[in-house]
Design a protein around this ligand. Structure first.
Ligand SMILES: Nc1ncnc2c1ncn2[C@@H]1O[C@H](COP(=O)(O)OP(=O)(O)OP(=O)(O)O)[C@@H](O)[C@H]1O
Ligand SMILES: [Mg+2]
Length: 184
């Protein structure tokens, strides 16, 4: 099965977008140390419906996930898959959730580990995430090496681009996101 870290981040962010949250915040960072080691890390924070301890336990249990809801998807992901991938590639994870308040999911991956999936298309991932229906605001923070960072706010983009479903707006959005990543 071929999948990328971008696929994982998209899937987990979609959970946030489907949680009834008004705001979904995504941070994606890559620390590149001299010598090639480094870390890919992301955090998704939503202020949606949250989970009780029992619900969270079910959500992270690989034997509860059915994988039936989205047959068209190239990977059946979800929290169990994130956890498995992070642990297998020398990384880790942290999930905090409070019923009625929201959820924060973080995971990190050791870039030097041979089992780490490829990072994938980061600007394409941001575009998919910005198109998610549901949250009024999506706030993305991207950083590499601590300094080269940029931020994206869905509401500001929507003001600049108008209807984001429009083909012309989509092309502009794509170009804009790719230019941010190149300059970072
Ligand atoms: N951010 C979140 N806020 C609230 N509930 C969540 C969140 N993330 C996961 N869950 C709960 O965990 C369940 C399992 O999540 P998972 O991503 O594995 O499957 P799904 O989202 O239901 O389906 P799919 O990912 O295939 O669309 C969700 O249905 C939801 O009840
Ligand atoms: Mg999901």
């Amino acid at each position: 099965m071929h999948f990328t870290l971008a696929d994982l981040v998209t899937d987990i962010t979609q959970n946030g977008a489907e949680s009834g949250a008004a705001l979904v915040e995504l941070e994606v960072s890559q620390a590149l140390n001299p010598g090639g080691s480094g870390e890919f890390r992301f955090t998704v924070r939503d202020n949606g419906k949250g989970m009780s301890p029992e619900e969270l336990k079910r959500a992270v249990d690989p034997f509860v996930t059915d994988g039936v809801k989205h047959p068209h998807r190239k990977v059946g992901l979800g929290l169990p898959f994130l956890i498995q991938t992070a642990e297998q590639s020398g990384g880790g994870w942290d999930i905090k959730s409070e019923k009625g308040k929201g959820t924060t999911v973080s995971a990190w991956f050791d870039a030097g580990n041979v089992d780490m999936p490829p990072v994938g298309d980061i600007p394409g991932m941001f575009r998919s995430i910005l198109m998610f229906q549901g949250p009024r605001e999506i706030h993305i923070t991207r950083s590499r090496g601590g300094q080269n960072s940029y931020e994206i706010r869905k509401t500001e983009l929507a003001e600049a681009l108008g209807d984001m479903e429009d083909t012309g707006a989509l092309v502009l959005l794509d170009q804009y996101l790719r230019s941010l990543e190149e300059d970072a």
